[in-house]
Design a protein around this ligand. Structure first.
Ligand code: MG
Ligand code: MG
Length: 266
């Protein structure tokens, strides 16, 4: 069942989503080779609580951390740990916040240092596909129009693998609500989009095969062939003429521009 939101509720989702984005921006200040990903998790948790939010992932179905940090072949749901960030890594960081009873959810993949050009391109195309998906998130379109836009740019035009086993989702009083938002689809198919719907659009795009596997920790998803994966996500309200992006990557770009250890994507 789809829960439609009032304007006031959408503003509360925006508030939570902006804490997520500010948290990404804060974490990005500390990203450099030698830093352990568990250290980033602590920075994120402190930041979220200092801003009156609650880390949405911590305790969700037993997930133990504030951030999902998925490195290189990691797709999503990776555990922050004692591994030190290395030059050329790509670091997917997913974060969720609950405040005033509403959730926000956003993800960003950071390229570290002298990252390989093929990985930088994977990130750029995946980020572009997110915004193409968002462009389709308008009233009167259907869920399939979003997935089609993402799949066309990533799989059809660039030969990447679109992860099928994991999808975007509605969001509001729950972290994951209906409808599901796949990163593949057919034009004009699926649930009709209407004002009042709020969804998380989150392309998970692999350099090689679209297939993924889960590690024995019961969470971490990695690519089936060990090649790299990228993940970008925004929380978005369906608009009449254009989608309303409730999270904000510009805050993250500001941090990237001030951190010589992170490569610029565009
Ligand atoms: Mg997320
Ligand atoms: Mg999500």
């Amino acid at each position: 069942m789809i829960h439609f939101k009032t304007k006031e509720e959408i503003e509360l989702i925006r508030e939570s989503s902006l804490i997520v984005s500010k948290c990404h921006a804060e974490v990005a200040k500390y990203i450099k080779p030698g830093v352990k990903t568990i250290e980033l998790d602590k920075i994120a948790e402190t930041f979220i609580r200092d801003n009156g939010g609650v880390p949405a992932f911590k305790g969700y179905n037993g997930f133990p951390y504030t951030l999902c940090i998925s490195v290189n072949e990691g797709v999503v749901h990776g555990f922050p740990n004692n591994r030190e960030i290395q030059d050329k890594d790509i670091l997917s960081i997913d974060c969720g916040v609950k405040k005033n009873g509403f959730f926000g959810d956003s993800a960003f993949t950071f390229p570290i240092g002298d990252v390989d050009e093929i990985h930088l391109k994977l990130l750029r195309i995946t980020l572009e596909s997110l915004y193409l998906g968002i462009k389709a998130a308008v009233s009167g379109n259907r869920i399939g129009d979003i997935g089609f836009a993402i799949q066309k740019h990533t799989e059809v035009d660039n030969g990447y693998g679109v992860v099928k086993d994991l999808v975007g989702h509605g969001i509001g009083r729950s972290l994951h609500e209906d409808p599901q938002v796949p990163n593949y689809g057919k034009r004009g198919k699926g649930v009709m989009l209407k004002e009042g719907m709020v969804i998380a659009i989150e392309p998970m795009i692999n350099l090689g095969t679209y297939k993924v596997k889960q590690l024995n920790d019961g969470w971490t998803i990695i690519t089936g062939d060990g090649k790299a994966s990228a993940h970008f996500e925004h929380t978005v309200a369906i608009g009449k003429q254009e989608a309303i992006i409730l999270s904000d990557h510009n805050l993250i770009f500001d941090s990237i521009n001030n951190n010589i250890n992170i490569k610029k994507i565009q």
